[in-house]
Design a protein around this ligand. Structure first.
Ligand code: ADP
Ligand code: ADP
Length: 227
């Protein structure tokens, strides 16, 4: 079951002398149960690669497809089947935590009462039921990321893409957010692709793929430099 299949997918920004090749032909298949870290320094193309895998951007070369995910007609990508966690604030400021968490279901047409029930269940499952009535401005960075993960859990996608989800967090908070993310992905039986500049975060995932100047290097598997 290949959830996302990137073949020689490239992404170039601009034209002429100002052209930036953000991603050179990247080839990557993600299957159910995979836990893949894309690790590299800032500017190496991680965010662009994750946007290609999410269908948020079109490749300028090669292909990205989602063989095992149903894509609605006239849509470029199976967005409901793909959950995304961004680095920075992604919650709607005017909505409280339950409303933010329920949003994917409400937008998909589920009645609010039922959507809120599901949202409460997700918050409970991730141990943050106590935050339900807070507004985003009343959350710490780590709490906000846990709510963003609860929102993905409520959406129940089969593929989760997390773009530097710990980039703005201190070490202890980052470790905890990775724990929460891994347990949410386990609960969903989903696949995870996470980008990070932090080798300690990457080490938590079974497969690491390094990115360097827009190039996605061959997999390391469990054969890290330490083992
Ligand atoms: P990372 O996530 O590893 O920091 P990015 O994918 O954000 O890397 O960026 C890769 C390269 O592409 C960088 O040189 C960046 O400046 C460039 N880039 C990213 N997005 C755009 C854009 N919308 N327009 C122009 N250049 C971009
Ligand atoms: P970086 O990864 O370079 O630090 P960000 O993660 O803040 O940058 O955002 C990268 C890109 O993702 C931006 O160009 C922005 O347009 C896009 N983006 C951020 N949030 C969303 C969203 N909720 N939906 C779609 N695109 C988004």
């Amino acid at each position: 079951d290949v959830l996302v299949d990137a073949r020689d997918a490239a992404r170039t920004y601009g034209r002429g002398p100002t052209t930036v090749v953000a991603v050179h032909g990247a080839t990557l298949q993600v299957r159910a149960g995979d836990r893949t870290a894309v690790v590299g320094p800032s500017g190496s193309g991680k965010s662009t690669l994750l946007h290609l895998l999410a269908g948020l951007e079109r490749p300028s070369g090669g292909q990205v497809s989602w063989p095992a995910l149903p894509t609605p007609p006239a849509q470029p990508a199976p967005t409901r089947q793909i959950g995304v966690v961004f680095q920075g604030p992604s919650l709607i400021p005017a909505l409280d935590v339950v409303e933010n968490t329920a949003l994917p279901l409400v937008l998909a047409g589920m009645p609010e009462g039922r959507a809120h029930q599901r949202a409460h269940a997700s918050l409970h499952d991730l141990g943050i039921a106590g935050l339900a009535r807070r507004l985003p401005e009343e959350l710490s960075g780590g709490q906000a990321q846990r709510v963003a993960i609860a929102r993905v859990l409520t959406q129940a996608p089969r593929l989760v893409l997390a773009d530097e989800p710990t980039g703005q967090l201190d070490r202890a908070t980052a470790d905890h957010v990775v724990d929460v993310l891994l347990s949410a992905v386990d609960m969903l039986g989903a696949a995870l692709v996470l980008s990070t500049h932090d080798p300690a975060v990457a080490q938590r995932l079974a497969v690491r793929r390094e990115m360097h100047e827009g190039r996605l290097l061959a997999p390391h598997g469990t054969r890290g430099p330490q083992s």
